[in-house]
Structures are given as C-alpha cells and as structure tokens.
Design a protein around this ligand. Structure first.
Ligand code: ADP
Length: 493
C-alpha cells in the first residue's frame, strides 16, 4: 500500500494526515504551537517551533498509521498564508520571529501607502487591497528593524519565505527555496497576471530579489525531503495556501464552483478559471492552486468574525456553555423577534472594509431573550456570507450554483439551513470537512500519478448532507434588508 502525506500547517496548530489511493484519510495527528502578542495588535510565532511541531506531528501520524516513510509516494504542503519568515541561508537560523498574518505592526505604513498615488497601481498588479495582512510590508519591517538585516539581505545572505517555503527548506536540508502561486499571490509582491515577482513592487518595499523563493506550480515535484528527516527520501509535490487548498479539497476545480469555510472567521472563494478577475466589489483577486501548469484564479472574500461571535456569547456573555449548544437554543425560538447582531468586533472585512465599525445588537424589545440573541448571532454568520456572495455574483455576473462548506461551525445544522434560506442556494456539506489537508494531498497525488486525473479526484468527493432553501423569496429579502439596516448602524463613519 502507498499513501500521500499532507502537512497542514495552520495558524494555531500543525497537522499531518495520510491518505490512501481512494482519497480516504487513514491517520491524522496535530500539535499546537505558541503565538506571542508582544504589543497591542502584534502577533508572532517562533519559526523553529513551527518546524518542530510539524515534524513531531508528522512522525506521530506515521507511527499511528503503522507505516514507514517508504510507503509515502509524495508530500503535499498547505499553510497559514502571508505569515513571514526571514532566515540566514548559511545557518538556517531565523533572524526574527515569524510575523503572523494577523499582525498589525505595519498598519500605519500600509495606510500611508493606500493613500499614496501608487495605490491603484499596486491593487491592479496584485489583486489585493493594500493592508498589513500581506507579506510585503512584514518583510520590509524585518529588514528595517532587525540589526544588520538590510545589509545581510543586500549581500544575498538572507532568504524570505511564507511557512510553506520555510517547511520545504527544512524538509530538504536547506537545498530547496520554493513557493507556489497561491502563496506568492498573498505577498503583495507578485504580479498576479504573470505569476512572477514584480521588480517595481520589490523596490517599493525595498526587498532584494535574491531573498525571494522560486515560484513553482502548485502541483509539481519541487524537491525531495531528505532521508534523515522522515526516514526515506520523499518527493514534495504539492503546495497551496490554506484557503486555496480547501478549494481543491472541495473539488472546486472549475470556474463557478465555490466554497466557504466557517471557522473563527469565514473565507469564501469562487473559482474563476483561467481569466484573471478584477473585482469591482472590493473582493480580493488571487491565484487558485492549479492542478496543471496553467494559471487559474479565484476571487476571495473574508469575514473577520464568524464562529468567534459564538465564542463571544460563550466566554464574554456567558449565555452558552458550548458552541454546539447554540443550535438547540436557536431552534427554541421561531425567529429572532426582530433582533439583529452585527459582530463587527474588529471592524468589517469584505466587502465593507471598514476598520472603524464596531459590533452592535439592534431591535431589542422587552420580550427579547438570550435565545433571540443566540439565534441572531448564528444568523449574522449567514448574512455576512450573503454579503460576500452578492459581491461575488456582481463580479462574475453569474449566480452561484451552490456553496460547498467546511470548517468547525458547519456542524451547526440550524446555521446551514439558515444559510441556504438566506442565500436562496443549496448548501452542500461534504463527508470529509478536513478539506485543507485533503487539497494538499490531491495536489501532490496528481503531480506524481498517484491519482491519474482531476476527474478521479472529483469522484472521491462525497456529500454528507445538502441543505435546500425553504424560505419564500419575500421573507428572505425582508430579513436581508433588516440586516443591511443593522450593518449601516454599526458603521461609525
Ligand atoms: P479555526 O480553524 O478558525 O480555529 P474551526 O474550523 O476549528 O476554526 O471552527 C471553530 C469555530 O467554530 C469556533 O469559533 C467556534 O465558536 C465555532 N463553532 C464550533 N462548533 C460550532 C457549532 N456547533 N455551532 C456554532 N459555532 C461553532
């Protein structure tokens, strides 16, 4: 028997998973690592701890499955995106902590850049809204603030990578410095159309080109893990950022297919095929993880607070004991009695992009109860997703066929049914909701002939449950109008 190994390096934990020839997960282990918050809005991690956590969880996965490294045909890698690591190419030592995607330390720099004459050109080239979220300003920060870093970078001694690149560098014993277009498109340094690093953007952020990894296809052999790491030489054959990997894991290989991940926040991606999308509705344009050498694209929208609003009910308001309990409580009332909750705790993400908005609960009456607030909170996740889907449909000019879902909060059947109702679209929950690791495995398996075709992989995808819209259109639109009024009230500007 042979297997594909997926390394799924997330924001809070590293996981490893093994898949057999039928695409069935045979083992999965995970290990958390530490985030540090040294100043307000800063988020850092130790790149060496990330690597050790990934290695440890990978070895434990192999031993849990009782298989040796020789049984692994290929490795696929997926990772938290944008998070920035800079290290010395000779010693392999990081020169600074990893700056995590959530870190806001370069916000002032990015605000100034967004107000500058270059802003429109940067967005046109990269498909991104200028923000501290992306890697470019984070690399610039390290070169500016770490003693001697700029000189070392100019001498060609330092390398940059997102976490995919950092893991591959370590897996290959420092022989391979590579990334893929789905990760590179989140740095604000790649020309989205050409798929190459952009010389003007590198010079704008003052980053020497010698630091940058080679951009290889997402599904291709890019190197070999050293025998001394896992016990045998294994080809590394798939790379994708986590959200694009989930798109692959949901078998969204063609234009018009979309997925939404319901975790802490929501990330919706719509595959748009080989033509580069230009969003007129404040979504991001990004590279999908292509299974061929051909460039493929997606539009992406993110909601900052989704499942996290349920955690807020539990931890701050104390009206829930567990997140799962929210389903029964929401079902205990027939509706929200006119209550809306807008969880703009950290502002609003796409398509509003309003950092100054703050959370509100509206429509309270003497009869409003905790159950109404719980229900309104779950509904807010579905309304925010509709805001994204409306923007996607306006961009693509076509109605969404169905929405494939994954992430922890998709366990909530009330939320899934309400999502179908408020979108007026079918919601499809697959059997395997670990879509990120699965996507990385598909990319590696397709590159090495472990799976023969995209069609073969598509045939693995199984629906666990579909939710059909059941609300009359008039009611749906009335409810959504109420949501829009509540959103308008939570915006300070
Ligand atoms: P992440 O990967 O972002 O950490 P997960 O995919 O693990 O998130 O999902 C966890 C999130 O989903 C939490 O914010 C939690 O509040 C929410 N959640 C988990 N189960 C439920 C549920 N049954 N109903 C509603 N929300 C849930």
């Amino acid at each position: 028997m042979s297997y594909i190994l997926a390394l799924d390096e997330g924001t809070t934990s590293a996981r490893a998973a093994l898949y057999d020839a039928q695409g069935v997960r045979r083992a999965m282990e995970s290990r958390e690592f530490t985030s540090r918050f040294p100043q307000t809005g800063w988020v850092e991690q130790d790149p060496l701890e990330i690597w050790r956590a990934q290695l440890d969880t990978t070895r434990r996965t192999l031993s849990a499955a009782g298989i040796g490294a020789r049984s692994i045909t290929a490795i696929g890698i997926t990772n938290q995106r944008e998070t920035t690591v800079v290290w010395d190419r000779h010693s392999g030592q990081p020169v600074a902590p990893a700056i995590v995607w959530q870190c806001r330390r370069t916000a002032a720099f990015c605000q100034a850049l967004a107000a500058s004459p270059q802003a429109a050109n940067i967005t046109a080239k990269t498909g991104l809204v200028i923000d501290a979220y992306f890697s470019g300003s984070k690399i610039g920060w390290i070169l500016e603030h770490v003693d001697g870093a700029r000189q070392r970078a100019q001498n060609g001694d330092l390398l940059f990578g997102n976490v995919d690149t950092w893991l591959i560098w370590n897996l290959t014993g420092g022989r391979v410095h590579v990334t893929d277009p789905s990760n590179a498109s989140r740095t604000m340094l790649m020309n989205l159309a050409s798929g190459d690093w952009d010389a003007d953007l590198l010079s704008l952020f003052q980053i020497p080109a010698s630091m940058m990894p080679r951009i290889a296809p997402s599904s291709a052999v890019v190197g070999t893990a050293s025998a001394d790491v896992l016990g045998a030489e294994i080809p590394i054959a798939g790379i994708a950022g986590d959200q694009q990997a989930a798109l692959v894991g949901q078998a969204c290989f063609h234009a018009g297919l979309s997925k939404n991940t319901y975790g802490t926040g929501c990330f919706a991606l719509l595959h748009t095929g080989p033509a580069m999308p230009v969003s007129r509705n404040r979504l991001l344009s990004t590279r999908a993880a292509s299974t061929s050498a051909r460039a493929e694209f997606a539009v992406e929208g993110s909601v900052f607070v989704a499942g996290a609003a349920v955690q807020w009910l539990r931890d701050q308001l104390g009206i829930l004991k567990t997140a799962a309990e929210s389903e029964a409580i929401a079902n205990s009332v027939p509706d929200t009695a006119g209550v809306y909750m807008v969880p703009a705790f950290v502002g609003l993400g796409a398509p509003h992009w309003d950092a100054s908005a703050r959370g509100i609960i509206t429509g309270l009456t003497r009869g409003a109860s905790a159950a109404h607030i719980v229900r309104a909170t779950l509904e807010s996740i579905a309304y925010q997703t509709r805001d994204l889907v409306e923007a996607m449909e306006a961009d693509s000019g076509e109605p969404l066929r169905e929405l494939r879902v994954d992430g922890g909060a998709t366990a909530n059947n009330f939320l899934m049914q309400f999502q179908a109702d408020i979108l007026g679209r079918r919601i499809v929950r697959p059997a395997d909701i670990e879509t990120t690791a699965l996507g990385a495995a598909y990319l590696a398996g397709l590159a090495t002939g472990f799976w023969k075709s995209v069609e073969e992989v598509e045939s693995f995808w199984r629906i666990e449950r579909a939710f059909e819209p059941a609300l009359a259109e008039q009611e749906r639109e009335d409810l959504y109008r109420g949501w829009k009024r509540a959103v308008a009230r939570c915006r300070l500007a």
